[in-house]
Ligand binder design. Structure first.
Ligand SMILES: NC(=O)c1ccc[n+]([C@@H]2O[C@H](COP(=O)([O-])OP(=O)(O)OC[C@H]3O[C@@H](n4cnc5c(N)ncnc54)[C@H](OP(=O)(O)O)[C@@H]3O)[C@@H](O)[C@H]2O)c1
Length: 323
C-alpha cells in the first residue's frame, strides 16, 4: 500500500516508517528538516515542507492511507499547540478533501491528554467524555472532531505514555533514574498507562489496514496500569541500579514552574516543567483501556513494563544517549 506519513522524523514516525518499509509498503514522508531525513530508511521518499504545505493549494500524490503523526508535545505557548495540533490538522483534512482522490483512511495521532486525567478506580474508555486539562489535550480533542467530520474513513488513536528507543521526551526519566533519583508528586503515586512503541506501531498498522467505512477512535495502551513507584523501580531494574524516589510537594513543584519556564527560555531549551507538565504530574491518574482496539481489530499489546524499559534502555545506550 502507499502511505503518506507526517511526523515521520519523530520518535513514533521513525519506528513506523521502518515497519512500513519492512512489510513492503511504499512511504512518502513529509519532512521539514532535511538533515533528519537521513535517519529514515532508504526506501522512504520525502516530500519537503512543513505542515503549512497543507494550507496551500497543493496537489498531493495519490496514496492509500495518510498517517498524521506530526504534532508538538512540548510547546513554548498555548498558541503553538493550537496552530500545530489543531489548525494544521484541520488544514490537512481540508487539503485531502480538495484532492482528486480520497484516502482509504486517515489515521490521526491524538493523545490520552485529550481525555484528561482518569479517576483512580477506572480506566478511560472511548465512551467516556473528554475533559482535557491543558492546551495540548484541548487542541488534540478539537482536532479529533475535525478528523471525524472528514468525508473519508478515519481513525483517531489516543496513545498514553509511549516508551521506546530514541524518544527524547522520556529520556529525562531514564537519565534521572540513571542518576539514582526519581520523584513522586504528593503523597500518592500517580497511576499511569504505558505502551511500548513497538506495540503502538502494530496498533497503527492494524488501524491502517482497517477497511471499514466510518470513523473510529481508540486508546492505545498496555492492559496493565502501573504507578510512578513501579515505573521508577522498573527503570532501576532496566538500568541496573537502585532508584530512590523522593516525594515532592505539589506546591513546591508549582513554585518551580516559572523558574523552569524562564530558565528554558534563556537557555533556548525545551521546558521540562511547564504548566502543562505540572498539571499532568499532579493529576491522580492517566489510565485508559485498549479493550475496544483489541476487540475490533484483534490488536494486543505484547510488551510488559520490564520488556519495554529494557528495549528503550538498550536503544538509548546504542545511540549514546545513555551510558
Ligand atoms: N510519544 C508519546 O508518548 C505520545 C503520546 C501521546 C500522543 N503522542 C502523539 O503522537 C504524535 C507523534 O509523537 P512523537 O512522540 O513521535 O513526537 P516527536 O518525536 O516530537 O515528533 C514530532 C514529529 O512531528 C514533526 N513536526 C512537528 N511540527 C511540525 C510542523 N510544523 N511541520 C511538519 N512537521 C512537524 C516533527 O518534525 P521534526 O523532526 O522536523 O521536528 C517530528 O517529525 C504526536 O502528534 C504526539 O502528540 C505521542
Amino acid at each position: 500500500m502507499r502511505y503518506l506519513v507526517t511526523g515521520a522524523t519523530g520518535f513514533i514516525g521513525l519506528h513506523l516508517c521502518q515497519a512500513l518499509v519492512d512489510r513492503g509498503d511504499s512511504v512518502l514522508a513529509l519532512v521539514r528538516t532535511p538533515a533528519k531525513a537521513a535517519k529514515l530508511p532508504d526506501a522512504v521518499q520525502t516530500l519537503a515542507g512543513d505542515l503549512t504545505l497543507f494550507a496551500g493549494d497543493v496537489t498531493l500524490p495519490e496514496v492509500d492511507v495518510v498517517i498524521h503523526l506530526a504534532g508538538v508535545v512540548a510547546a513554548p505557548t498555548a498558541d503553538v499547540y493550537e496552530a500545530i495540533n489543531f489548525t494544521a490538522v484541520k488544514e490537512l483534512v481540508n487539503c485531502l478533501e480538495r484532492q482528486s482522490w480520497s484516502p482509504k483512511r486517515l489515521v490521526f495521532a491524538s493523545s490520552l491528554a485529550a481525555a484528561g486525567p482518569s479517576s483512580l478506580d477506572r480506566a478511560w474508555t472511548e465512551k467516556d467524555p473528554l475533559n482535557p486539562i491543558d492546551p495540548y489535550g484541548e487542541a488534540k480533542m478539537r482536532a479529533e472532531a475535525v478528523v471525524r467530520d472528514a468525508s473519508f474513513p478515519t481513525t483517531c488513536f489516543r496513545p498514553c505514555i509511549v516508551l521506546g528507543p530514541n524518544d527524547s521526551a522520556s529520556l529525562t526519566l531514564f537519565k534521572a533514574a540513571q542518576g539514582g533519583v526519581g520523584i513522586r508528586v504528593g503523597s500518592q503515586a500517580q497511576q499511569l498507562s504505558f505502551v511500548d512503541v513497538r506495540d503502538v506501531i502494530t496498533g497503527i498498522l492494524h488501524m491502517s489496514d482497517d477497511t471499514r467505512d466510518g470513523h473510529y477512535t481508540y486508546y492505545v495502551s498496555h492492559p496493565e496500569a502501573i504507578d510512578t513507584e513501579r515505573l521508577w523501580a522498573g527503570l532501576g531494574r532496566a538500568l541496573g541500579r537502585r532508584v530512590r524516589v523522593l516525594p515532592v510537594p505539589a506546591l513546591l513543584l508549582r513554585a518551580l514552574v516559572p523558574f523552569a519556564t524562564l530558565g528554558s527560555k534563556l537557555l533556548g531549551k525545551t521546558n521540562q516543567l511547564d504548566l502543562k507538565q505540572y498539571r499532568q504530574m499532579v493529576a491522580p491518574a492517566f489510565v485508559c483501556s485498549s479493550a475496544a482496539l483489541s476487540e475490533d481489530l484483534s490488536w494486543q499489546a505484547e510488551y510488559g513494563l520490564d520488556a519495554t524499559l529494557a528495549h528503550a534502555t538498550a536503544g538509548y545506550r546504542a545511540s549514546g544517549a545513555l551510558r
